[in-house]
Design a protein around this ligand. Structure first.
Ligand code: PLP
Length: 470
């Protein structure tokens, strides 16, 4: 076997260079997609190339189209910063090449998932003994949690959905809030529950489900029901009022699933935990590692209070798989896949590196910076802070309140100006039919100084747009 030393060392050097420069780099790619495709195009390779040459070529071709997602002033889409402690563990994960399908094949990887899953449940304040499936992200975590719910509510009426599917099954009432995340609806689409065949409950100004609406939705029918709630609305960052909603769902025998992709992490910060109070009373939760835990892509967690329901929904019994003895745990029984990346290593490394205190500090700091940006911009004429900034999300609107069309235009112009300036990155989003700039503060790398720079950059972008408008 050839010595991989020089190749690996070169990769480490190139990665180091990239990350060292990220704070001062433009917080946007040089090439957009249309420009990036020609960067990669070429004839199908016929003869091979040495791996070191391929690495150099890969990095050169990628460079212009890389977004500074790991930078300190990247605020698009709610994205974590891929913390170096996780990246290094992820390199080991790739080097070790473990297939974490079962615990006999991959004892260390399976054990790392077991233990880091338990730590995660503890840090998020969820019920001890909940099972954790390591998936690619919150979309798949929603799918797993909802599959467990689907299994359990149908089992209670004597239907085996794993064996018999949904053909002829008692219908499930699927209840969501008006401001549910689109990816949670796609989980419904995969599960045969339908993204449109849902009962939508009205929400308040921050996107929180209104309890009376949930009462009406559940009283208006009968039979098995699943209620999907939310911790962290994608625009406002708001959490549903769990202490009011969960007892209502329970009284109607519904399974409660929570999409907590980033908002569930409020529970890890004592100063913010009240925002997600009561979320621990649900039946299942979806959250991301690659958002607030800063895991390298891709990592999400499907957490289920009743491990039996979780396992029933996900396990399969192919004869070549070693049987699971009592007390043993095969990671594959809690996720849709068989062969799978060992995500437990990076999760373990990040939890070990931050500790409970480090996660609390990071979540709290991100929320504080969000508040700081909102406070600074509220002072500026023509900028409106649209949400109550309680967590990490800030939504901004630019221009005259009374002229929606003009404000839409000015808002989009300000977003594009900010992006081309490249000091900070935020994207555009729609909320209640209006265009907004959305600033999602969710990176370990973001400090108060970045908050000041970002508020300054947004203010400057707005002043330029306003100036060229008059
Ligand atoms: C990001 C997000 C998702 C989707 O998560 P992925 O990790 O991208 O699959 C779902 N719901 C909410 C609220 C999110 O913020």
């Amino acid at each position: 076997m050839e010595d991989p030393g020089p190749l690996f060392a070169r990769a480490a050097a190139l990665a180091t260079e990239f990350r060292r420069d990220i704070a001062t780099a433009k917080q946007r790619p040089t090439h957009n997609y249309a420009a990036a495709v020609p960067d990669w195009e070429g004839p199908t390779p016929e003869a091979g190339q040495p791996a070191e040459a391929v690495l150099e070529e890969l990095v050169a071709r990628a460079a212009p189209g890389l977004h500074a997602m790991t930078g300190p002033r990247f605020f698009g889409w709610v994205i974590g910063g891929s913390h170096p402690a996780g990246v290094a563990a992820d390199w080991m994960t790739s080097a070790w090449g473990q297939n974490v399908g079962n615990h006999q094949a991959a004892p260390a990887a399976s054990a790392a998932e077991l233990v880091s899953g338990q730590w995660l449940v503890d840090i998020l304040g969820l019920p001890a003994g909940s099972s954790v499936g390591f998936v690619t992200g919150a979309t798949m975590a929603n799918l797993v949690g909802l599959a467990a719910g689907r299994s359990e509510v149908l089992r209670r009426v004597g239907w085996d959905v794993e064996a018999d599917g949904l053909f002829g099954a008692p219908p499930i009432r699927m209840v969501v809030g008006e401001d549910v995340h689109v990816s949670a609806l796609s989980a419904l689409q995969f599960l045969g529950l339908g993204h449109s065949r849902v009962i939508k409950v009205a929400t308040d100004g921050e996107g929180r489900m209104i309890p009376d609406g949930l009462v009406a939705a559940l009283e208006g029918g009968e039979g098995p029901a699943i209620v999907m709630l939310q911790a962290g609305q994608i625009n406002t960052g708001a959490c549903d009022p769990f202490p009011e909603l969960i007892p209502i769902a329970r009284a109607h025998g519904a399974w409660v699933h929570v999409d907590g992709a980033f908002g569930l992490w409020a529970k890890a910060a004592p100063g913010r935990a009240a925002l997600a109070a009561g979320v621990e009373d649900a039946d299942s939760w979806a959250t991301d590692g690659h958002k607030w835990l800063q895991s390298p892509y891709d990592t999400g967690f499907a957490i289920v209070r009743d491990p039996e329901a979780h396992r029933r929904a996900m396990a399969f019994g192919a004869s070549y798989l070693p049987a699971v003895a009592a007390g043993e745990r095969d990671p594959t029984h809690y996720v849709p896949e068989l062969s799978r990346r060992a995500r437990g290593f990076a999760t373990w490394a990040l939890l070990r590196h931050f500790g409970r205190a480090g996660i609390a500090e990071m979540v709290e700091r991100n929320c504080r910076v969000a508040g700081q940006i909102a406070a600074a911009l509220r002072e500026e004429p023509g900028i409106a802070v649209v949400n109550a900034v309680a967590l990490n999300q800030v939504i901004l609107r630019f221009g005259p309140e009374r002229n929606a069309e003009e404000a839409d235009r000015l808002t989009l112009a300000t977003v594009s100006r900010l992006q081309s300036d490249g000091i900070a990155f935020a994207g555009a989003s729609q909320w209640r039919g209006q265009w907004l700039m959305r600033v999602s503060v969710s990176s370990y790398a973001t400090t108060e100084a970045d908050g000041r720079m970002t508020a300054g950059a947004i203010r400057a972008a707005w002043r330029t747009v306003r100036g060229s408008n008059t």
